[in-house]
Every structure is written in structure tokens, then in C-alpha cells.
Design a protein around this ligand. Structure first.
Ligand code: UD1
Length: 341
């Protein structure tokens, strides 16, 4: 019998890629999404890739009663992958209550339903933001958690704690938090990808929107950091690699091969890449010249971070397969497709 996986935020960027990989690996997928930051047509696009259209239930996870009705109707959900959340760092500074309410209430409601409806497993979408600027690089899972730099980052930290406490109090709930570094790129079919609302905050969508003429120029936030070329360093991983890690994490929980009731894994390539290197990669694979200028630092940016992914390599048998160039190429193919270029 096929196992049914609930993917919250399944029409979003990482959620849609994960729903796709789950279906390709033989799982049944059901999506809950309020379409705040995505569209219902994503389910059709997943069908174009996989041959199966995942059912999409459109409602808000903050509605506990509606969520209860969902679980009464879907009493065969084996595990939940929880992506649905607000994710714009800058916006969260101006709208902290919206971020805390949305990101934390939805998680609490899900955990509450897991207890009530005996759903035993959750995979949670966390972030390397919990490490702040680590003293030691690469950063491993036991590095100290730093005070969050934004309400968004704080919702990830508090989210992890809520899960830890819940798992400790309910013996039959088990969970895995995945701390992503910087997901980029798009599906090689160019049928799904990242589609930010308004002006993108993240680097790669800003690059691709600049290249297609939607933005005048990319601003590189600072070239006076203590890094080889002066620009910030991040660990950029391809979203399809990231999606596959979720399939592996779900499989681990379903198979009972997890070593602890609550586990945490870093997901990254293990390689630090500067903003200027990312731009070079984009220019190399597309043959385009990107219009960019160096400007002042962005407040709240950390200087450099990259993952020690060895725990995920060892325990999950997972590692990234795509290169930075692959990610840039697919991000560009996706951007061209949605802009009908
Ligand atoms: C941030 C969050 C991360 C979150 C992610 C998703 C922190 C520390 N990190 O990642 O947790 O999951 O957003 O929204 O809060 N850059 C430019 N010009 C631009 C845009 C970005 O130079 O127009 C540079 C930034 O300075 C940074 C790099 O590109 O060095 C990556 O930035 P971005 O894509 O916004 O991701 P993070 O800030 O790393």
C-alpha cells in the first residue's frame, strides 16, 4: 500500500519540488496550501512532471477546526512535511506579529492534530539562520544557536523548540528538522520553480529577474567583508537535491531507522560560494552579462556561512549531486519560461 504524505505549503517553492520527488518515489501526496505565495496551477504542473495530480486543499493551517476536519477526512496520512510559512526576512521585521502568528500557530495546530489523529511523523522545514554567524566553519549541527536576527529566524528557532518539547512529551510522535542552507535553482523541466511576490529579497531570483529585464540592476550588498573577494559567502544547494533529502527523511521515519525521536540535520553542499562567484556562475552558464553594482552592506547579513553536511551524508545517505552551474542554468530556464522569453 502506498503511504500518504501530507505536504503543507506544497505549491510553494521547496514544497512543490518535494511533492514531485515524493510522487516519483511512489508516495501518495496530499497538499494543504492557502495559496498566499503560490498558485493552484502548481498542482497541474506537478502532474505534467509526474503523471499524477496531487489533491490540493486550499485553507489556512491557522484554522484549527478546518485542519481537524481535514484529518478526519484523511485518516490515512502517514507523515507530514511542513513547509507552509512566511519566509521573507525583511518583511518579518516590519510584521513580527503576522510572522509569529502564522508560522507558530500553524505548527502548533499541526502538532495538536498529530496527537489527536495519531499521525506519528513530521519533517520540519528549518534554516541555517538558527546559527547566526558561527564562530567555527563549516557549521555542524552541534554549533551553538545564536539569538535570531529577525522575527522570521526566531520563528524557526522557536518552531524547533516547540517540536522538541512536543516529541519529548508524546512518545509516539517523532520528528526531523532539516536546516537548509540557501536553496536555489528550479526543476530541470522548467515547470516548477521559485516565484517570489513583488521584488525578490533573495539573490538568485534577483539575478534572473535582472537578466530578463524586470529589474535594472542587481545590488551586491558589500564587498568589504573578510572573505577572499570581499562579498558574503553562502552555501547554495539545488532545490531538487533539497527535495530529495525530504524523501529520505520521511523514509527514515517510516522505516523506524531514526536514532532519536527528534533529529536535526544540516542540508548544504559543504562549499561556500561568494556573491561574486554566484554571479560569475550565472554569467558563465547563460553567456549573459549581468548588470550589477556594489552597494553598502545589507543590515542583518552575516558574513560567511557554509554547512558541514557530514551528518546528513552519513545518517541519511544524502548528498548534493547538482553543481552551482546546474542550479543557475535551471533557475534561468525557469525564469525564461515564466516570462515567455
Ligand atoms: C536569508 C535567511 C535564510 C532564509 C532565506 C530565505 C538569514 C541569515 N538568512 O538567507 O534563513 O531561509 O533568506 O528567504 O536570515 N544578496 C545581494 N543582493 C541581493 C540579494 C542578496 O548581494 O539583491 C546577497 C546577500 O547579501 C547574501 C546573499 O546574496 O550574501 C544571499 O542572500 P539571500 O538570497 O537573501 O539569502 P540569505 O540572506 O543568505
Amino acid at each position: 500500500m502506498k503511504k500518504k504524505i501530507l505536504v503543507t505549503g506544497g505549491t510553494g517553492y521547496i514544497g512543490s519540488h518535494t511533492a514531485t520527488e515524493l510522487i516519483l518515489e511512489g508516495y501518495d501526496v496530499v497538499i494543504i496550501d492557502n495559496l498566499y505565495n503560490s498558485g493552484a496551477e502548481v498542482a497541474d504542473r506537478i502532474e505534467m512532471i509526474t503523471g499524477t495530480k496531487p489533491p490540493l486543499e486550499v485553507f489556512d493551517l491557522c484554522d484549527r477546526e478546518r485542519l481537524g476536519t481535514f484529518f478526519s477526512e484523511h485518516n490515512d496520512v502517514s507523515a507530514i512535511i511542513h513547509f507552509a510559512a512566511y519566509k521573507a526576512v525583511g518583511e518579518s521585521v516590519n510584521k513580527p506579529l503576522e510572522y509569529y502568528r502564522n508560522n507558530l500557530l500553524s505548527l502548533i495546530n499541526l502538532l495538536d492534530c498529530m496527537k489527536q489523529f495519531a499521525v506519528p511523523f513530521m519533517v520540519f522545514s528549518s534554516s541555517c539562520t538558527v546559527y547566526g554567524q558561527p564562530e567555527k566553519l563549516p557549521v555542524s549541527e552541534d554549533s551553538p544557536i545564536q539569538p535570531a536576527m529577525s522575527p522570521y529566524g526566531n520563528t524557526k528557532q522557536i518552531g524547533e523548540e516547540i517540536i522538541r518539547d512536543t516529541v519529548a512529551s508524546v512518545s509516539d510522535i517523532k520528528a526531523i528538522s532539516l536546516r537548509y542552507f540557501n536553496p536555489i535553482g528550479a526543476h530541470p523541466s522548467a515547470l516548477i520553480g521559485e516565484l517570489p511576490r513583488g521584488v525578490p529579497e533573495n539573490l538568485v531570483p534577483f539575478i534572473t529577474q535582472t537578466a530578463c529585464g524586470l529589474r535594472d540592476e542587481l545590488k551586491v550588498f558589500g564587498n568589504d567583508y573578510d572573505t577572499p573577494d570581499g562579498s558574503c559567502i553562502r552555501d547554495y544547494l539545488h532545490v531538487v537535491d533539497l527535495a530529495k533529502a525530504h524523501v529520505v527523511a520521511v523514509r527514515r521515519l517510516l522505516a523506524g531507522t531514526n536514532k532519536m525521536n527528534y533529529e536535526i540535520f544540516n542540508l548544504g553542499t559543504g562549499r561556500g560560494v561568494s556573491v561574486l562567484e554566484a554571479i560569475s556562475s550565472f554569467e558563465r552558464v547563460t553567456g549573459l552579462k549581468l548588470n550589477y553594482t556594489i552597494t553598502e552592506r545589507r543590515p542583518g547579513d552575516i558574513e560567511k556561512i557554509w554547512a558541514d553536511p557530514s551528518l546528513a551524508n552519513r545518517e541519511l545517505g544524502w548528498r548534493t549531486l547538482s553543481t552551482l552551474d546546474d542550479a543557475m542554468r535551471t533557475a534561468w530556464e525557469w525564469e525564461k519560461k515564466i516570462r515567455k522569453m
